[in-house]
Design a protein around this ligand. Structure first.
Ligand SMILES: *[C@@H]1O[C@H](CO)[C@@H](O)[C@H](O)[C@H]1NC(C)=O
Ligand SMILES: *[C@@H]1O[C@H](CO)[C@@H](O)[C@H](O)[C@H]1NC(C)=O
Length: 399
């Protein structure tokens, strides 16, 4: 009897240690509400966040919002009008598609155009479309989110600098309120997660991946409830910081190693399908994509192909790591506002989302890429839903 008990205790301790290690980066695997019985625990910041789960029909639907570029030219009428229009795009897509989850795929704000010390205020506006509808979300960083303010050339004309408020910060010297240095990624993430403990599934990721911040994994559990209720993931979503702004536009070798160890640990036999999200296309997109401005031909699927792919600065092995895993079905990026195609690469798909915001360059109609995953039998399909409710570019990512 004693021996049996000791063995169990040792196994329990090992499991607890593993779970603790995992909880650092796997934001979806948490005891959540299961053991609190209505008494919210104050220890873990996000302990009240329920696990993500496939719906009763075995479907999990994700909307991708990218390149919202909130906060441009706030000193004009034009800038705030653009932001109001971006609010309307997200409202229209969410009301038409009713997704289970939203991924904000970077460039939520144009921080290099923000003459305020705190980009979190605009960041918060971007995520409020999901929050006001009670839809959970995750964010990753783009190249514009933590940029310092760049003084526009017109401000040096005879008209000079428009009337600006330069708020005094608590610890500021008299001048620092108007220096607009950009809000660090970690501050943006902290403001988001602290203020949205139930709906934000974003995470600052492991320190060893700095200066990259938005590196984390979310698990979506099966709709089938097992006896212990919580350990049957049917989809893994990996979020990576592809850099830009305060540092180089790149997915680092350290991120590749992190991805390999996470995927090996969470999904050793590749049973669980995996989707990958980051902001800036990798160089593989250049290889598989149609030539800029040419027709999009099968097997690629999409509706706009108006510019060259603007890829990351280097490739340090992420694409090889992904291509080696048949469980990885697709990568989703934004960054290029004039591209919305998906093309196959080895056994997976490389997809652009669709420019969602009225901010940023390009006047192509706005919309959002939708991803719909069915768990049993597994399928993953995607399409683009437009602001006016039309739908196009249907593609099957699971074949
Ligand atoms: C920045 O904005 C966030 C809200 O998005 C707020 O919680 C925080 O206090 C603000 N910080 C400053 C210095 O204004
Ligand atoms: C919706 O917008 C698209 C452009 O994205 C256009 O081609 C289509 O005709 C519009 N549909 C309706 C019903 O207005």
């Amino acid at each position: 009897m004693r021996k049996w008990w000791h063995g169990l205790a040792a196994a329990g301790a090992l499991l607890a240690a593993l779970a603790a290690a995992l909880a650092l980066t796997v934001a979806g695997l948490r005891p959540a509400t299961l053991h609190t019985h209505g008494q919210p625990s104050s220890s873990a910041a996000d302990s009240r966040r329920p696990p993500l789960r496939f719906g009763p029909g075995g479907v999990f639907k994700v909307a991708l919002f990218v390149d919202l570029h909130y906060g441009e030219d706030a000193w004009t009428d034009w800038g705030p009008a653009q932001d109001a229009a971006s609010d309307r795009v997200m409202a229209a897509v969410l009301d038409a598609e009713n997704p289970d989850f939203v991924v904000y795929l970077g460039d939520l704000v144009t921080a290099n155009n923000l003459p305020i010390p705190n980009a979190s205020l605009y960041w918060d506006r971007a995520i409020s479309a999901s929050r006001s509808r009670g839809i959970p979300w995750a964010t990753v960083f783009g190249n514009h989110d933590d940029m310092p303010f760049e003084w526009p050339p017109q401000w040096f004309s005879p008209d000079g600098v428009p009337p600006l408020r330069c708020p005094a910060l608590p610890t500021s010297t008299p001048d620092s309120g108007c220096s607009f240095r950009g809000t660090p990624r970690t501050d943006l993430m902290a403001a988001e997660t602290v203020a949205n403990r139930q709906l934000s599934y974003s995470s600052s990721g492991p320190r060893e991946l700095r200066p990259g911040v938005s590196n984390y994994v979310l698990q979506v559990l099966s709709r089938r409830r097992t006896r212990d209720d919580d350990h049957d993931p049917a989809l893994l979503m990996y979020f990576l910081d592809s850099g830009g702004g305060s540092y180089t536009e790149v997915v680092s070798s350290a991120q590749v190693k992190w991805f390999q160890s996470q995927s090996q640990f969470l999904n050793p036999n590749g049973r669980i399908p995996e989707l990958i999200f980051w902001h800036i296309p990798s160089t593989a997109y250049v290889m598989v994509g149609p030539k800029a401005k040419s027709e999009i031909r099968k097997p690629c699927v999409g509706s706009i192909n108006k510019e060259e792919v603007a890829p990351q600065a280097a490739e340090w092995g992420m694409m090889d790591a992904l291509a080696k895993r048949p469980s990885v079905k697709a990568v989703f990026v934004g960054h290029n506002h004039g591209l919305d195609w998906c093309c196959p690469y080895e056994e997976l798909w490389l997809c652009f989302a669709r420019h969602t915001g009225y901010g940023g360059y390009g006047d192509w109609p706005k919309g959002a890429r939708i991803i719909q995953v069915t768990e049993d039998p597994f399928s993953a399909v995607s399409w683009i839903g437009m602001e006016n409710g039309s739908r196009h570019s249907d593609v099957t990512l699971s074949s």
